[in-house]
Write a protein that binds this ligand. Structure first.
Ligand SMILES: Nc1ncnc2c1ncn2[C@@H]1O[C@H](COP(=O)(O)OP(=O)(O)OP(=O)(O)O)[C@@H](O)[C@H]1O
Length: 253
């Protein structure tokens, strides 16, 4: 696939206090693709994901070395405003976390924070974001109702819509289906396929089946190292490293 790189890391090392959680990680994420990060619990998947919108900045003991670029610019340069970066690199978490507000207010919260005030503009952002998140038809008649009344799967799609509302080009997903049933999971997975036409998606998942179903590329991590990365079919059918093979065949993890 001949696509340009959106996010790229070069020799990233990361410590929480004295504990090293990432070791010399070099990986690139091509535009409009889905990459899955897999590996056993504690291998550093979420830590790596959090580097990509500087969420680790919020952890005082955390120290990062190495390069991480976004569209070729050093993401950690002093000139980069992390709030602006997080608008372009959105994040969806494990548990759906809507605000205890109306569906409408959940979507308009971000755009308002960034200065959008015009009612018509806000209304069109709400409609467009909910349509992109495949939720519009289910909620269009109750936009003023509380988001807390939605099912778990609907809440997660609302959180995706909330991320889309501030116009990102990368969506980070940290185990977005782990709290959902199989039907809600299937909806999120098919939504991810649609999002790929406009966004670059990076997903952390515990489910190898999910990684195989949804992603174009897969990175396998083990004890803070990126052991192997490549096209998902290659990683699952013909991995280069024995460790990868042992993991995907269920010998550990
Ligand atoms: N805020 C933190 N402070 C200190 N150590 C942390 C922090 N977050 C993660 N760690 C440690 O860093 C290592 C990597 O954790 P991380 O959550 O990135 O792994 P993971 O692969 O996402 O795990 P899981 O699949 O269980 O979510 C672990 O040893 C973890 O205990």
């Amino acid at each position: 696939m001949d696509t340009s790189t959106v996010i790229e890391t070069q020799g990233v090392n990361l410590w929480y206090g004295n504990t090293q959680a990432l070791k010399d990680v070099t990986i690139r994420f091509p535009e409009q693709t889905i990459t899955a990060l897999i590996g056993p619990s504690g291998c550093g998947k979420s830590t790596l994901l959090r580097c990509f919108n500087r969420m680790n900045d919020l952890i005082p003991s955390c120290r990062i070395e190495g390069g991480i670029s976004y569209h070729g610019t050093d993401m950690y340069a002093p000139s980069v405003d992390p709030v602006h970066l997080r608008k372009r690199v959105g994040m969806v978490f494990q548990r759906p976390n809507p605000f205890p507000k109306s569906i409408y207010d959940n979507i308009t919260y971000g755009p308002r924070m960034h200065g959008v005030r015009d009612r018509k503009t806000l209304e069109s952002i709400v409609e467009e974001s909910l349509k992109k998140a495949a939720l519009w038809d289910e909620v269009k008649d109750r936009l003023t109702a509380s988001a807390m009344g939605l099912s778990g799967g609907q809440q997660q799609r609302l959180c995706i819509a909330r991320t889309l509302a501030v116009n990102p080009d990368v969506i980070l997903m940290d185990e977005p289906c782990s709290a959902l049933d199989p039907i809600a999971t299937a909806k999120i997975e098919s939504l991810m396929q649609e999002l790929r036409s406009q966004y670059t998606v990076i997903i952390v998942t515990h489910s190898m089946q999910q990684a195989a179903r949804v992603s174009d590329y897969t990175g396998f991590m083990y004890m803070g190292e990126l052991i192997e990365t490549g096209e998902t079919t290659k990683i699952f059918e013909n991995p280069e490293r024995e460790l990868t093979n042992n993991y995907i065949t269920g010998r550990f993890g």
